[in-house]
Ligand binder design. Structure first.
Ligand SMILES: NC(=O)c1ccc[n+]([C@@H]2O[C@H](COP(=O)([O-])OP(=O)(O)OC[C@H]3O[C@@H](n4cnc5c(N)ncnc54)[C@H](O)[C@@H]3O)[C@@H](O)[C@H]2O)c1
Length: 423
């Protein structure tokens, strides 16, 4: 796998038997190119890492020189690109240019680290139009049956997947198998087993897999979480989230979505577990379809979820697919020493005071504007991961969110709370 790491040179890693210690290495007469590269690698900062196709991660000599000494395995680096040809940007292929894809597309354009090489969608004309109006000479439009061109391109280091949810697992698997880092919109797969499958492959190939829980990157939510973790509200007793879409999503979208729990509630479930740092032991859920079209596809559009955690903390999640007054996104954490809120953001700072009272501007109209900073920050976070950084959204957290979302769906069907055990 061609991997960019933090010193930004691309290496091809192969193994050979070697019995010398790491310190003894530089004295050995190993071929010049490999030696130069290896020494460079030894000098990397402590948290740098390099991933091989076999999924093995090599940290710097300072933290893991023993990686090769006790086993007798030696890592030989062969430079594929000389230092005069250092890649400065990260090659990206984007699949799916709908609502979410367009947000990531704009952020890729604005991010100087991204070399946007391919746009892939059933609607190739839409991709070509985006390329044309933005003068993207180095970007190619592809239909899904041409995806192999992008996956075979060694200048593509990462793939951003923002297609309809039912296609995620297959696209994640194809991208990881091709040796690419993957940024995938939530949920990673339609089932728990499918999600496990994706992470297993990520481990096997050594390619990072990022589940895009964008709300974790929202600066306001992050501040709340940081302060809760540092004890500002004391012992947490209740976490409340309110998440209501402004415009009702199209019925076409809802028909292809995996239902309100895996499509929408999963954000709030993840946010709540992330703030509390624990997983719920009891899940209870009620819901109703106020919209006839939603009832017809056997889903609900309004939901109340209650979670109980091992510490005793309770979480209340209130969701709706439609709010007449704008995109309603609130978070509150109540504890023994006080309470913190991440309030709604208005679309402007205008406030009108008159004889009828005081009124603020409308709320943000959608996720696109409310979470615009979060989407930019999560993209940067993914790019950091492509070059060896740690992912903040961990495998067990994504899997836990998936299990809790499923427990909500089970609870609503059975009408009774679902107990969860975590090993
Ligand atoms: N994190 C967020 O805030 C957020 C917001 C909206 C949607 N999403 C997620 O993003 C994904 C897409 O949602 P959306 O609202 O953008 O949907 P959308 O219907 O607006 O767009 C999907 C796009 O993907 C294309 N597509 C579908 N299958 C494809 C395939 N196999 N190959 C190439 N292109 C394909 C479609 O032609 C379409 O252009 C969903 O999984 C959804 O859960 C996340």
């Amino acid at each position: 796998m061609s991997t960019v790491h933090q010193r930004v040179f691309v290496c091809e890693v192969r193994f050979a038997q070697f019995t010398e210690s790491a310190d003894g290495y530089s004295k050995k007469s190993v071929k010049n190119e490999a030696a130069k590269c290896m020494i460079d690698f030894l000098l990397l900062p402590p948290r740098s890492s390099c991933l091989s196709r076999g999924g093995r991660e090599f940290e710097t000599a300072r933290t893991s020189a023993n990686l090769w000494t006790p086993t007798g395995t030696f890592v030989e680096f062969k430079t594929k690109m000389g230092s005069s040809n250092i890649p400065k940007r990260i090659g990206i292929a984007m699949i799916g240019l709908g609502r979410a894809g367009n947000i990531h597309f704009s952020n890729c354009l604005a991010n100087r680290r991204v070399d946007l090489r391919y746009l892939v969608d059933y609607d190739v004309n839409k991709c070509q139009a985006l390329i044309d109006v933005n003068f993207l000479d180095g970007t190619q439009a592809l239909s899904p049956d041409q995806l192999k061109i992008a996956l075979d391109d060694e200048k593509v280091h990462g793939v951003i997947i923002a297609t309809v949810t039912s296609s995620h697992e297959e696209l994640v698997v194809r991208s990881l198998t091709a040796g690419k880092a993957v940024f995938c919109e939530k949920p990673l797969a339609e089932t728990y087993d499918g999600t496990v499958n994706c992470y297993n492959l990520s481990r096997k190939t050594g390619c990072p897999l990022f589940c895009a829980f964008n709300r974790r990157f929202d600066p306001t939510h992050c501040k709340v979480r940081d302060q809760v973790v540092s004890g500002v509200v004391g012992q947490v007793q209740i976490v409340k989230t309110c998440s209501r879409d402004a415009a009702f999503p199209s019925i076409e979208y809802l028909k292809t979505s995996p239902g309100i729990f895996h499509d929408s509630a999963i954000h709030d479930i993840d946010l709540t577990m992330w703030i509390l740092g624990e997983k719920p032991i009891v899940v209870s859920c009620f819901g109703h379809a106020f919209h006839k079209e939603v009832a017809e596809i056997d889903d609900v559009d309004t939901v109340a979820i209650t979670l109980k955690f091992p510490s005793g903390a309770l979480a209340l999640i209130d969701l709706s697919r439609h709010a007449a007054y704008g995109y309603d996104q609130r978070l509150e954490v109540f504890g023994s020493k006080g309470m913190m809120q991440s309030k709604n953001l208005s679309s402007s700072a205008i406030s009108v005071s008159n004889d009828k009272g005081i009124s603020d501007d409308m709320l943000e109209a959608s996720f696109k504007t409310r979470y615009q900073d979060a989407y930019k920050i999560e993209l940067d976070h993914f790019l950091d991961a492509v070059v060896g950084g740690d992912l903040k959204v961990k495998e067990d957290e994504t899997l836990a969110a998936c299990r809790v979302a499923q427990a909500c769906a089970d609870s609503i069907r059975s009408g009774v709370p679902v107990r969860l055990e975590w090993t």
